[in-house]
Design a protein around this ligand. Structure first.
Ligand code: NAD
Length: 369
């Protein structure tokens, strides 16, 4: 079988779904690998490195993917690229098939076996394939570095001949995978770190990283270990306590999300107005609208002296390590069906049955049984 990788088409995407390391491993599993020249450049992987790993180079996207049985990507290829693919080929990546009507239609029309990795069940067995987690780790790390860069303050406490500098107070909003990495990163930079989440188990997780849990009196654990949406009363209570608290915070990093919904609005314009000038908010949730009312996705704005940044695709900003993790996740997922140079789809395996799109009704049911 042939595995193909073309360069990414999404604007600003630097990551790549195959590294020389995973290329070698796929070849060891009996596959042929074709990659478009330059596809790894954004993540600093050279064509030579792929050739040394055993890949064949293609001059264009068609050469890399038109004959491929399995196509790997970070984000979905554009419509034109999708139409290059062989009918029935497998396509693996963060495909978001419903984010764009033409994309979904092309996947259906080409009868592609699409595996949008964001649909992967987050079970223990799937952890090694979980791109949402691996990429969120990089995003949380970068968000704190951006905050440190924008802040007109030191993060650590310093004792100098010019007097003592008190450490910055950093608040992490939402303590999922990205938020916990943000807590750890801000802590390593020497800040006084607090975090909160609506899932009560995050208290211990935040504390184990040296942060302090900020108790806002709201607990909203939902299904599958995720948060649920807050009721109006819960939200009002959270906001009252948070607004008061933010008056003494220097830096906020927002990472809160509820699966399948726009980002919860947690930090209001009024709260920002109550913060000290020189404060900074970095909103990792900007991609889905932001946790702060004043966030403008993709922009950095000034709100009466408070800097509010809404960076997009932060994982791509750490393209080398983000790609290494992404590519290993993809290798582990593809290994479910690439076996000894053959493709074997076991539709009784829930990781395949629940990830494939469009849903395969019969298989999904038999996997659940
Ligand atoms: P996410 O990106 O969906 O959400 C980020 C965080 O925002 C979550 O912790 C959520 O509780 C929080 N949040 C939502 N609404 C909020 C609000 N109003 N105020 C404050 N915080 C709010 O979540 P994620 O980072 O992808 O992961 C969420 C959970 O899933 C974590 O517990 C994680 O450990 C778990 N998980 C489990 C596995 C596994 O293999 N079992 C894999 C990945 C993640």
């Amino acid at each position: 079988i042939t595995i193909g990788v073309a360069s990414e088409t999404a604007a600003g995407e630097q990551r790549v779904a195959l590294t020389p390391e995973t290329c070698k491993k796929l070849i060891a599993r009996g596959a042929r690998v074709r990659i478009q020249r330059g596809a790894g450049r954004g993540a600093s992987f050279t064509d030579e490195a792929y050739v040394q790993a055993g890949a064949e180079l293609a001059d264009d996207a068609a050469g890399a993917t038109a004959q491929a049985d399995v196509v790997l990507c970070v984000q979905a290829p554009d419509g034109e690229r999708l139409n290059l693919l062989r009918e029935g080929a497998a396509l693996v990546g963060l495909l978001q098939p419903q984010a764009d009507a033409t994309r979904g239609e092309a996947i259906v029309a080409r009868q592609l076996l699409a595996f949008p990795l964001e649909r992967l069940p987050r079970t223990t067995r799937a952890q090694a394939m979980d791109v949402l987690s691996s990429q969120a780790g990089m995003a949380g790390y970068k968000a704190v570095l951006i905050a440190a860069q924008l802040a007109p303050r030191f993060f650590p406490m310093l004792t100098t001949a010019a007097g003592t500098i008190r450490p910055s107070r950093v608040l992490i909003v939402g303590a999922g995978v990205a938020g916990l990495q943000a807590v750890a990163t801000a802590k390593r930079l020497g800040a006084q770190v607090e975090g909160f989440d609506v899932r009560p188990e995050t208290r211990e997780q935040i504390e184990s990283l040296g942060g302090k849990f900020l108790d806002l009196g709201v607990s909203a654990a939902g299904e599958g270990g995720y948060a649920r949406q807050l009721t109006d009363e819960e939200r009002a209570e959270q906001q009252r306590r948070l607004g008061e608290h933010l008056k003494n915070v220097d830096v906020i990093v927002c990472t809160a999300a509820v699966p399948g919904r726009p980002a919860p609005k947690i930090v209001t314009a009024a709260m920002i107005a109550g913060m000290k000038p020189g404060s900074v908010l970095v909103d990792l949730a900007a991609e889905t609208g932001g946790n702060c009312e004043l966030t403008r996705p993709g922009e950095t704005v000034d709100a009466n002296g408070v800097t509010i940044a809404g960076p997009l695709n932060l994982a791509s900003a750490g393209a080398v390590h983000a790609s290494e993790m992404f590519a290993r996740n993809v290798l582990n997922f593809v290994s479910l069906f690439v076996d000894g140079g053959e493709l074997k789809y076991d539709w009784d395996d829930e990781l395949l049955a629940k990830t494939v799109w469009p849903e395969r009704k019969a298989q999904a049911q038999s996997a659940a049984a």
